[in-house]
Design a protein around this ligand. Structure first.
Ligand SMILES: Nc1ncnc2c1ncn2[C@@H]1O[C@H](COP(=O)(O)OP(=O)(O)O)[C@@H](O)[C@H]1O
Ligand SMILES: [Mg+2]
Length: 312
């Protein structure tokens, strides 16, 4: 069976600015696929093209057999979209907001009320259904926004950074909601700049930077980019270029990156390196305030590929 989402060389230019640059990936039915990238990577532009809000300047995507360029109506019928900006009427209640969105999707009568009940349960807000949305916390608004995106039981759900700027409890609720929608068979495209979320949720991940996919695969595939190596993270009272240069020269150091006063050292042999590393740092007058050895995560993969931190 062919993949439910097929993205072929998709690109978008705004004037001279290349926001998305020839991106290609497929998502199979039932997957949670992550697009991970820092602010400005092109995630929202990707979601806007896939949901037929803006047209691509190159390439195409086929969703459930329909082209986003030639058959937007058929594509939209398959999709649920949770946009980055919360799209709710503040003076209406949650139930009224959901009713509005449900009618937009063509739901009426008992089918609409049942869909709203389900959506309120999903959002964990059944008891607040009649309160005006303007009285909700940011996290509650986002939960309603997700409920609005899935009222009509779409086969493919596009979610654009659904957890930015909310409390940890709402964040956990949202992550569990994504898991449960997926367990019911929904295919999910999830964008985020939080690597912990895509590590937790996604079957496969595409890492984006400056409009391009720079690495793609399962978490294990991506860890293999820095394969078999450890990351030693050293926080210094003050890091200088001279210190970085000395560390880079130590035998067994594959790569050194620096974000502010934290130095990350990639090495296949952390055990034998630690002693010499600390001695070298101290001899350069760089006071070590903390030190840890970890397995590479997506942050180290990103750092390794781009030389910068996802968190910047
Ligand atoms: N409507 C627009 N007009 C001009 N530039 C845009 C527009 N939308 C996005 N961009 C630019 O495209 C790039 C990618 O933006 P975006 O897709 O929003 O990234 P992300 O969602 O990953 O933060 C950024 O440089 C952004 O400034
Ligand atoms: Mg965005």
């Amino acid at each position: 069976m062919s993949d439910i989402v097929q993205v072929h060389g998709l690109g978008k230019k705004f004037g001279d600015l290349v926001a998305v640059d020839g991106v290609t990936f497929d998502i199979s039915e039932g997957e949670i696929f992550g697009l991970l990238g820092p602010n400005g990577a092109g995630k929202t532009t990707m979601i806007s093209m896939l949901s037929c809000l803006i047209s691509p300047t190159e390439g195409d995507a086929i969703i459930d057999g329909h082209s986003i360029s030639h058959d937007a109506a058929a594509v939209k019928a398959v999709l649920g979209v949770v946009p980055q900006e919360v799209a709710l009427y503040p003076t209406l209640s949650a139930r009224e907001n959901l009713a509005f969105w449900g009618r937009m999707y063509g739901l009426r009568g008992n089918t609409l009320s049942a869909a709203i009940d389900d959506a309120l349960d999903l959002a964990g807000l059944a008891d607040r259904a009649h309160d005006r949305v303007e009285r909700y916390s940011g996290g509650m608004k986002r939960r309603i926004n997700i409920a609005a995106g899935v009222l009509h039981h779409p086969r493919v759900l596009l979610m654009d950074e659904p957890t930015v700027g909310i409390d940890p409890q709402s964040r956990n609720h949202i992550l569990e909601t994504v898991k449960s929608l997926n367990a019911q068979g929904m295919t999910v495209l999830y964008t985020s700049h939080y690597m912990e979320e895509v590590e937790y949720l996604c079957d496969r991940i595409a890492i984006m930077d400056h409009g391009r996919v720079i690495a793609m695969g399962t978490l294990d595939d991506l860890r293999d980019v820095v394969g078999g190596m450890d990351v030693i993270e050293v926080r210094l009272a003050e890091a200088s270029d001279a210190v970085i240069e000395r560390v880079a020269g130590i035998e067994g150091v594959k790569r050194v990156d620096r974000v502010d006063d934290t130095v990350q050292v990639l090495t296949p042999s952390s055990g034998s390196l630690l002693g010499e590393l600390v001695v070298t740092l101290e001899s350069e007058g760089a006071h070590v305030t903390s030190l840890s050895v970890t397995e590479p995560d997506l942050e180290s993969v990103f750092l390794h590929l781009t030389g910068k931190s996802l968190r910047d």
